[in-house]
Design a protein around this ligand. Sequence first.
Ligand code: FEO
Length: 392
Amino acid sequence: MTKEIKNNIFYCGLNHRERKFFDELIPLPVGTTYNSYLIKASEKTVIVDTMYPPKSDEYLEKLEQAGVLSVDYIVANHGEQDHSGTLPKMIKKYPQAKILTNPKCKEIIQEMLHIEDEKFQTVADGEEISLGDKTLRFIHAPWVHWPDTMFTYIPEDKIIFTCDFLGSHSPFENLYAQETPELLSAAKRYYAEIMMPFRNFCKKYVQMLKNMDIDMILTSHGPIYKNPKFILDAYGKWISDECENKVVIPYVSMYESTKEMVDYMCEKLSEKGITVRPFNVVEEDLGELAMELVDACTVVFGSSMVLAGPHPAAVTAAYLAGILRPKTKFVSFIGSYGWGGVLTEKLEQALSTVKAEKLEPVIIKGKPRKEDFEKLDVLIGQICQKMKSCEK
Ligand code: FEO
């Protein structure tokens, strides 16, 4: 589909429903999209962002079918290859096209794709380029989520292209966002994996977009937001410093001892009115864990001991939490061992980037006894007290 969005601005991206993982890390339950846009202004033809390389032939055919015979500019808002990867083929097909991007993005694209200098025209923050009846205004927006990220605004149409920022892995037929819980969930999963580590930058750009005159937000993954408030309000909640009254317990249990501890904590915390989400890190989708981390006040990692250390699946979950840097306020560890070892050290190392207060872990030998449950009661009491102190 090459559909008109507004005043000679067209959608020319593609769905990729079969894709199973993004960055080979977070599962994509329904696939994703790579959005690209065609602007036919009175004096210039422009493409905004291109295509993931495995889809490049399909994409180029689509442009051909849309009658795109020549292109003056290709805007590269970001150098990651799901958006820039088709540039080498594009500049071959449209040899007169200049790639408009910021200096950092140019550097990254050149490193990744070996495109010669003369094909680029770098743009400064705030610079404008006239296309005749439309203007491109470039807004450097580093760190959502790479140092090269940029937004492009068309003041005449009040449209902004934000590339990855505010996106979602949600294929679509209709161009426009249906404001459903499913879309919100896809956007949250996307935020958790891609944007959460840069929460403070997100705050700055959400505020900036709220202050701009914008009718539509065109991202490079997922549907178009005709109502910018929908996604900006959702981000407002995710990026705020406030957490939900929730404890997430990512765990792995080999012989049910750790599981018994997890079940006990779930029961007791629930009785105290706290939302608890036990999460089996071996069986469940790590994207769901990432989403839970977006707003959980406390995270308690549970692990069995394997060869004198934590189970590798628990280390992976802790490492994931460490790199995603959630706003979690409190963290602790529970687990059980058979003959010995150190359970918490590697998990703590993996979480060193998370600025959370550590609560005293409960590590026991074998199947939990009465005194072990009493230790868990102490931890539960601490969690309740700490979380209460965070309530507004
Ligand atoms: Fe959709 Fe950072 O690439």
